[in-house]
Design a protein around this ligand. Structure first.
Ligand code: KG4
Length: 336
């Protein structure tokens, strides 16, 4: 079964065709990141306008890359939540029109469920149940994937998402936007014990996280050094920060594994590309006897192949949408 999917929740206009939820036949991404880089963050209206311009050529390239016409796909999936509302609306409206024109089922997909499904594309043998650490620009959550469409959030951030924290810290270190990957590169040559940074705990919620204190601590450290004219080692600070983030995530994931008895852990979202987090998870999972599934680097960030993969399982579960499908800026992952 071939599913054509669209993703437009932030600054990537993406379309893909995936066969049976597992095999990528075509995967096209057009990004407006260079426009937003000028402003140091995504400008919602510019993102929406870029989607409007890009979505038709992206859809054309995707279908021709898969060697299919619209009439030959079996269903059309789309990210309908969460995201920048004006951006999500473009994809929803386009997918709805495509499904209607071709007389195909329309499948609404939660963006974070899509990130989780990126692991099905990388690991053909991965099946639920498993735990998934979801770390992106907008989400930080530990999810119990009980079945392909049955999920429970065990813990989440009380304030900033990890990716947001990476980007803000990168900005104060003078790195380009989006800074997560540049901070990751900078940290490679730094010492992670050079700066002592706070580790937050949420009282009575051992699987919840908090990153705003860590972010503020780095910003204050940089501003204080600037005011006193002191030099900081940016690689050391990047390494110390990355170590602090990883040190916050890993014990909570291990706690969730112990609570649920899950032996398998997957990771999802843009921050799943982070080298320090990947390395520390490999060590922690080896020591704890857990099997670790990391998504391919090219599938960590936003793409539509992951939406098509999840769309396949939503379709099997009978989760199709009427033509009145709307878009939502926020939406509970457990509700689908
Ligand atoms: O999943 P994604 O593409 O978009 C959302 O759904 O939010 O995630 C984007 C986030 C950005 O904050 C970006 O800086 C971060 O992922 N990111 C990284 C790395 N690569 C991307 N953060 C840390 N280390 C990386 N290597």
């Amino acid at each position: 079964m071939n599913i054509l999917a669209f993703e437009s929740s932030c600054d990537e206009t993406a379309a893909a065709v995936v066969q049976d939820g597992r095999v990528i036949r075509s995967n096209v991404i057009a990004s407006s990141v260079e426009v937003h880089a000028l402003y140091g963050g995504v400008v919602p209206e510019l993102a929406s306008r870029a989607h409007v311009e890009a979505i038709v050529p992206v859809a054309d390239r995707t279908l021709s890359g898969a060697g299919l016409t619209l009439n030959e796909v079996d269903a059309v999936a789309v990210t309908y939540a969460p995201g920048l509302i004006g951006a999500v609306l473009v994809g929803v409206n386009f997918a709805k029109s495509a499904a209607l024109a071709a007389g195909k089922p329309l499948i609404p997909v939660h963006h974070v469920r899509g990130h989780i499904a990126a692991n099905y594309l990388t690991h053909p043998d991965l099946e639920p149940p498993f735990l998934c650490l979801c770390v992106s620009g907008g989400t930080t959550a530990i999810v119990h994937v009980k079945d392909y469409t049955d999920m429970a959030v065990l813990g989440s951030t009380r304030d900033d998402a990890v990716g947001e924290c990476f980007d803000k810290v990168a900005r104060v270190l003078g790195l380009p936007y989006p800074g997560g990957k540049y901070l990751d590169e900078l940290s490679q040559t730094g010492r992670d014990d050079a700066y002592v940074l706070p580790h937050a705990h949420v009282a009575d919620a051992p699987m919840d996280l908090s990153f705003s204190g860590l972010k503020t601590a780095v910003i204050n450290l940089v501003h204080n050094a600037q005011q006193k004219g002191e030099a900081l080692s940016l690689p050391d600070l990047a390494a110390s920060f990355s170590g602090a983030v990883s040190g916050a995530l890993i014990p909570r994931v291990l706690h969730a594994a112990a609570e649920t008895g899950c032996q398998r852990l997957a990771v999802a979202g843009g921050v799943a590309a982070n080298s320090r987090i990947r390395k520390d998870l490999e060590t922690a999972c080896r020591q704890a006897g857990l099997r670790l599934f990391l998504p391919a680097l090219e599938l960590c960030g936003d793409n539509a192949a992951m939406i098509a993969a999840q769309g396949y399982y939503e379709l099997l579960a009978g989760h199709t949408a009427p033509s009145g499908l709307n878009a939502y800026a926020t939406r509970d992952l457990a509700l689908g």
